[in-house]
Design a protein around this ligand. Structure first.
Ligand SMILES: NC(=O)c1ccc[n+]([C@@H]2O[C@H](COP(=O)([O-])OP(=O)(O)OC[C@H]3O[C@@H](n4cnc5c(N)ncnc54)[C@H](O)[C@@H]3O)[C@@H](O)[C@H]2O)c1
Length: 318
């Protein structure tokens, strides 16, 4: 099986590639950014390839699919929230036109399945009631708008052309190596930086709550959805829930394990306002019912494992 991972050198894309390679699948990583210093292609087995390219370039997308006889795609390549707000035009081009290119090329070249990652940012600001797969999506940011477009395009390609499109709306995914480009990145860096012995200044208030999911659960979730038998997939794009710690609770859990952790708070009012208005309570029961999704890591296990992973190879994250 030959699988394309767009955004293959990103945080989620690279970890998916490692997971699929361990299962013996042939992976092609497609990204505008080259592998980072901690990403060694030989870890992905002899058949793995990296192709530098841009999902907004129609010829490059056609070529990478054709040249590598791609059968299925994990589409993780995107501009994430802060980058989209800083440059909404680029956000539109990459997240909407790029997704269109992936879907259209899939239909033309016989790719059978595309799995897509959307976000809880696809909902309105200030949506305090529990979010379900049927909740209206009226996003506020270019990132959210572009994610809703991607979901709807994928569902359309499924109806019109029979493409097996599947997707998740993830909360903040935390784990070693996640960068600072997303608005929710503090949930990860509050753990990673103290584990590396470095200080970290949190840009939101102690009482801010953000739904988080450990990356090992997120990877398992994506692969489980991608590999679920077609007759189990009814909803197609699924809300996935997370733990709901306050920033102060994360700080306390980190300090319990790293007593000299240098965590300080210096809230940015605008970032705090947006973070506080994101959806928190998320109903993931469709994913549970249809393909058996279940989280494995509790918050405490997440923090223990995260610190252990960082400390095993600290040089990777410096
Ligand atoms: N990390 C999270 O908390 C989170 C939560 C919800 C959804 N998501 C979604 O998951 C996906 C992966 O996120 P991530 O955290 O790994 O982000 P990331 O920024 O680490 O990875 C995205 C990758 O896409 C690549 N990319 C950007 N523009 C491209 C282009 N034009 N052509 C090809 N590649 C391009 C980047 O170089 C990067 O390597 C994204 O779609 C993101 O919106 C992430």
């Amino acid at each position: 099986m030959s699988i394309l991972i767009t955004g293959g050198t990103g945080f989620i894309g690279w970890n998916i590639a490692k997971r699929l390679a361990q299962k013996g699948l042939r992976v092609t990583l497609f990204d505008v950014a080259p592998p980072r210093k901690y990403q060694r292609l030989d870890e992905l087995g002899p058949k793995a390839r990296f192709v530098r390219g841009d999902i907004t370039s129609w010829p490059e997308v056609l070529r990478v699919i054709e040249d590598n006889r791609i059968e299925e795609i994990y589409h993780t390549g995107a501009l994430v929230s802060i980058a989209c707000e800083e440059n909404p035009q680029a956000g539109y081009m990459v997240n909407v036109n790029g997704t269109f290119n992936i879907l259209e090329a899939s239909v033309l070249l016989g790719v059978k399945k595309v799995t897509f990652i959307s976000s809880i940012a696809a909902y309105s600001l200030g949506q305090t009631e529990t979010i379900t797969n049927k909740s209206p999506q009226r996003p506020y940011s270019m990132y959210g708008v572009s994610k809703v477009c991607g979901e709807l395009l994928g569902e359309y390609y499924h109806r019109k052309y029979g493409l097996d499109f599947r997707g998740v709306r993830f909360p903040s995914i935390i784990g070693p190596g996640r960068g600072a480009a997303g608005l929710s990145s503090y949930t990860s860096l509050m753990i990673q930086e103290p584990a590396l012995g470095r200080p970290y200044e949190v840009y939101t208030t102690e009482d801010t709550v953000c739904a988080i999911l450990y990356y090992k659960d997120a990877l398992r979730c994506l692969v489980q959805l991608h590999e679920a038998p077609p007759d189990r997939i009814k909803t197609r794009v699924y809300c996935i829930a997370g733990d709901l710690p306050t920033a102060e609770e994360i700080a306390k859990s980190v300090r319990d394990r790293i007593p000299n952790a240098r965590l300080t708070f210096n809230p940015d009012p605008e970032k705090t306002r947006i973070l506080k208005s994101w959806a928190q309570k998320i109903d993931e029961s469709d994913a549970v019912k249809e393909w058996g999704w279940r989280r494995e890591y509790t918050l405490e296990q997440t923090i223990d494992d995260f610190i252990k992973e960082v400390r095993m190879n600290p040089e990777l994250y410096t």
